[in-house]
Design a protein around this ligand. Structure first.
Ligand SMILES: Cc1cc2nc3c(=O)[nH]c(=O)nc-3n(C[C@H](O)[C@H](O)[C@H](O)COP(=O)(O)OP(=O)(O)OC[C@H]3O[C@@H](n4cnc5c(N)ncnc54)[C@H](O)[C@@H]3O)c2cc1C
Length: 480
């Protein structure tokens, strides 16, 4: 059996070859001024950017250190703000085939399994315009890869060793220098390009937490009457305990069950592929309810990731306006709100939409500034909300935890009454410790449409400032 850290093959239904060539984005608009964009990093952010910039008419070369592309054995949540984009990009049917739509989020007490919070998620599409999905990381990565492939030249085993931000150019570890017009640093949480943009590295604070991740075949759960309901009624189930919590959900059309277990860090590293000890994991969660102990008994191997926290950056653009950042390279966040990849994919959508308007070199600065202005505040707020969940989930047993649970139960009662009576509640549950019960937060996070934001900026600001400037400069250029 393959261990969890080896790249996992994608499901056959995650094949999206040829789809992006048949999909028309940005009303068919392509940039009249074509850039050669050098993207560093073949993660989900880099691939989404390659696709969107390619659709916008630009030439893309993507550099990746690894010798082969792929993803580790773990699940990922695709929230409506991202499924909206993936559907628009033409892979909605693939998502339906490989992912799972959870019915609800349920939060439980760690030692009894008592349900203290419930928020329906089956109505996500009705409420926020697109479904919530749970998917295998390898399948999402493959969908993005297939979308990007027709638009990019992929250079594997090509570590970018340095960047000249004025040229602009990248120098590979081999010594080769590649010139382009714009460099996009999508090189992840330990970004080298971030240092180029900021002149220093944004410091990382240990959160004191690490996470184990593991996948269990659901055939084991289906054989056990106590565990079978977790598959029959796919939910996002969380167990909250002192200093620890677990999140679990179905992926791959309910064939696999993904578990993420946050616990006090005991000396792990911030790495996608570091293995943890399954026995140590079982010991760390030995006081959780019996169903958890059964579930963890099925785990053969785990991944372990040290959770580091970083504050928002002040800027994402080098003063030359020839190097920018995207994804974890500029807004790494704790996974407690399941929004890291979501923010990277939204970045790519906004960037592609804006740069589809590039008709003259003089417009580039303003379009890149719009990218930062639209994206930085949203990702900073999402970083803040992710951090908040760490505190909420990990309260020690005592008065604060009891108050949290009482508030969560109250929100659950409102939700369940609403479901029984089929009415919309008057209460927006603003500030609920179950952040998914807070309808205002849901609206802001999940109803967000990255393309609509870029279009709005163009209507309200860009068209007046750039349309005229671009046309003027084009007219001057035509006369010369
Ligand atoms: C436990 C856990 C659970 C999570 N769950 C969710 C979730 O449910 N939903 C969600 O949206 N997000 C989730 N996230 C966050 C999400 O996984 C990340 O935000 C996302 O993968 C970041 O993508 P990226 O493309 O920015 O960076 P990465 O995926 O890190 O990609 C960076 C790439 O750049 C390459 N690279 C780096 N340096 C160089 C160089 N110098 N030259 C060439 N190549 C280079 C790397 O090899 C890598 O392939 C989770 C994160 C964790 C840790």
């Amino acid at each position: 059996m393959a261990t969890a850290h080896e790249p996992v093959a994608a499901h056959h239904a995650a094949n999206a070859e040829g789809i992006s060539q048949r999909t028309r984005l940005y009303d068919g608009r392509k940039a009249a001024h074509r850039l050669h964009v050098l993207i560093v990093g073949c993660g989900m952010g880099g691939l989404a950017a390659a696709h969107c910039l390619g659709q916008a008419g630009h030439k893309v070369t993507l550099f990746e250190s690894a010798a082969a592309i792929g993803e580790v054995g773990a699940g990922i949540q695709v929230t409506p703000n991202v499924s909206r984009l993936l559907r628009r990009w033409g892979v909605g049917d693939n998502l339906e085939a490989v992912a799972v739509r959870p019915e609800a989020i349920v939060l439980r007490r760690y030692e009894t399994g008592e349900r203290v919070a419930y928020t329906r998620w089956s109505d996500m599409e009705e409420q926020y315009g697109s479904p919530y999905y749970h998917i295998h990381r390898a399948d999402l990565h493959k969908l993005l890869f297939d979308l990007a492939a027709p638009f990019m030249t992929l250079r594997l085993k090509s570590t970018v060793a340095s960047v000249d931000p004025e040229a602009p150019s990248v120098t590979l570890a081999s010594g080769e220098v590649v010139h382009g017009d714009l460099i996009v640093g999508a090189d992840g949480v330990k970004s080298m390009i971030q240092r180029v943009v900021l002149g220093h590295t944004n410091p990382a604070e240990p959160t004191g937490d690490a996470v184990y991740r593991a996948i269990i075949p659901t055939e084991y759960l289906l054989k056990d009457p106590e565990l079978k309901p977790f598959v029959d009624h796919p939910e996002m189930t969380g167990w909250m305990g002192p200093g620890r919590h677990i999140m679990a959900y179905n992926i791959r059309a309910k064939k696999e069950f993904n578990i993420v277990l946050a616990h006090p860090d005991d000396g792990s590293v911030e790495s996608w592929t570091a293995e943890g000890s399954a026995d140590k994991m079982r010991a760390d969660f030995a006081d959780f309810e019996p169903r958890i102990r059964k579930l963890l008994g099925f785990v053969k191997s785990t991944l372990k990731w040290r959770l580091m926290d970083r504050q928002p950056l002040k800027k994402w653009i080098h003063p030359s306006y020839k190097v920018i950042l995207l994804g974890d390279a500029c807004h790494p966040m704790l996974p407690y709100r399941a929004q890291g990849a979501a923010m990277a994919i939204e970045d790519a959508a906004v960037l592609g939409n804006l740069l589809s308007r590039l008709n003259h070199p003089s417009q580039l600065r303003a379009l890149l500034q719009a990218y930062e202005d639209l994206r930085l505040p949203r990702t900073a707020e999402t970083q803040r909300q992710s951090r908040l969940n760490q505190h909420i989930f990990h309260l020690p047993d005592g008065p604060e935890q009891e108050a949290r649970d009482a508030q969560m139960r109250q929100a659950m009662e409102i939700e369940l009454r609403m479901m029984r009576e089929g009415v919309s509640p008057a209460d927006s549950l603003e500030g609920s410790p179950n952040q998914w019960a807070d309808r205002k937060k849901n609206e802001a996070q999940f109803a967000y449409d990255a393309d609509a934001e870029a279009e709005r900026w163009w209507r309200e600001v860009g068209e007046k400032a750039l349309g005229e400037a671009g046309e003027f400069e084009e007219r001057v250029a035509a006369k010369l």
